[in-house]
Write a protein that binds this ligand. Structure first.
Ligand code: NAP
Ligand code: MG
Length: 405
């Protein structure tokens, strides 16, 4: 069989621990036999990051900007224990944070759905994608534990030193708490563009929610910027694609999301997105089935699994044990990236390959062959057998070969 052709390389970002092992298995078994895989390889494993003083992460992010599409393996974000374990000279920053800062991107997370695992919310038939504005608000807030009575004020001084705003926040008659948070128009704009672009690229409705009735300046600004950008740049495209943009209050959104059948993108402010993405992923089943893509406002894409490097499994792997680690989200990172590459380079065969690989994964799960983490989640009436990662990938390959033949 002739291999499927690629023209532009994918930016390949390798990673750590168990997911690094899966990465190689996926390439060897599911990609290289079928695709004339072109990648520009960056090793973001912690050893290489230490060796290059983390320059490799910056290079990888810049390559993502250059080529447009990247696929990333999960990586260790070092903490104190990792500094000792890997003998690091510095506690290197989270690679995802570095890449996000360079691409100025928004993260979209969506679950992979299968027939045998029903979401806790029974009417959710389609995935719900959460878009989290990962900048500012309480994550960059200045806080003060007010010790005693006294006056708290909000003051703004412009760049020429003029005090243009001063207002009492509260006249404390006792101890209390105080918080000053901010966001920036250009960050909100980037977030809005990434959301509108991703909605168009996946042909799904976009919902956005804040608490603008209470937060008449802060949240209202988010609402207005989204609306302004939508009207000026995306309305016509949305109408042509038959999708819609829908703004509502966060409380109303929560109620509607629960009653919905899914199949849309829900854009959330930073804190809402943090909380809601955990709720949505838990209700859909498993972190191992969550995909994630970083989309920049100028249209660069970085695909990955939402989960981490599955450290506990890796330690067992190092002891020579077979592990039943779920490769689904990592395989979908590859299919997402290959499909996008195919779309940008006008390679329908590459896009079709991505579809077929995903279909082979779903078929394998529907046939009751799955990793251990999923077996406990299947609904009554389905029978499932737990297999190790290698056997699971082999079962996918078998089905993929049939569908390609
Ligand atoms: P994790 O790697 O997601 O694993 C947490 C637990 O979830 C695992 O121990 C496992 O449970 C289960 N799990 C996650 N993915 C699974 C899969 N594919 N198959 C089967 N089970 C899966 O999170 P963590 O243990 O908190 O973090 C480990 C490392 O990953 C850390 O160094 C962290 O910095 C890094 N991390 C990286 C990223 C990223 O690169 N995007 C994201 C998060 C964390 P059982 O042990 O019960 O089987
Ligand atoms: Mg969270």
């Amino acid at each position: 069989m002739e291999k499927i052709r690629m023209t532009t390389p994918l930016v390949e970002m390798d990673g750590d621990e168990m997911t690094r092992i899966l990465w190689q298995m996926i390439k060897d078994e599911l990609l290289l036999p079928f695709v004339d895989l072109k990648t520009e390889y960056y090793d973001l494993g912690l050893v290489k990051r230490e060796e290059t003083k983390d320059q490799i992460t910056i290079d990888a992010a810049n390559a993502n900007k250059k080529y447009g599409v990247a696929v990333k393996c999960a990586t260790i974000t070092p903490n104190k224990q990792r500094v000792e374990e890997y003998n690091l000279t510095e506690m290197w920053k989270s690679p995802n944070g570095t890449i996000r800062a360079i691409l100025d991107g928004t993260v979209f997370r969506a679950p992979i759905l299968i027939d045998s695992i029903r979401p806790v919310v029974r009417n959710w038939n389609k995935p719900i994608t959460i878009a989290r504005h990962a900048y500012g608000d309480i994550y960059k807030a200045t806080e003060y534990r007010v010790p005693t009575e006294g006056k708290a004020e909000l003051v703004f001084t412009d760049k020429d030193g003029n005090e243009s705003f001063r207002k009492t926040i509260y006249d404390f008659e006792c101890a209390g708490v105080l918080q000053g948070s901010y966001n920036k128009d250009n960050s909100i704009r980037s977030f809005a563009h990434a959301c509108f672009k991703y909605a168009l690229s996946t042909n799904q409705d976009l919902w956005f929610s804040t608490k603008d009735t209470i937060s008449k300046q802060y949240d209202q600004t988010f609402k207005l910027i989204f609306q302004e950008i939508y009207d000026a740049e995306y309305k016509a495209q949305f109408e042509a694609a038959g999708i819609r943009y829908f703004y509502t209050l966060i409380d109303d959104a929560v109620a509607r999301v629960i009653r919905s059948e899914g199949g849309f993108i829900w854009a959330c402010k930073n804190y809402d997105g943090d909380v809601m993405s955990d709720m949505v992923s838990t209700a859909f089943g498993s972190l191992a089935m969550m995909t994630s893509v970083l989309v920049s406002p100028d249209g660069n894409f970085e695909y990955e699994a939402a989960h981490g490097t599955v450290t506990q499994h890796y330690y067992r792997y190092l002891k020579g044990e077979e592990t039943s680690t779920n490769p689904m989200a990592t395989i979908y990172a590859w299919t997402g990236a290959l499909r996008k590459r195919g779309e940008l380079d006008n390679l329908p065969e590459l896009m079709a390959f991505a579809d077929k690989l995903e279909a082979a994964c779903i078929q394998t799960l529907n046939d009751g062959i799955m990793t251990k983490d999923l077996v406990g989640l299947v609904s009554e009436g389905f029978t499932a057998t737990a297999v190790n990662s290698a056997a699971f990938i082999a079962a996918i390959r078998e089905r993929l070969e049939k569908s390609l033949a």
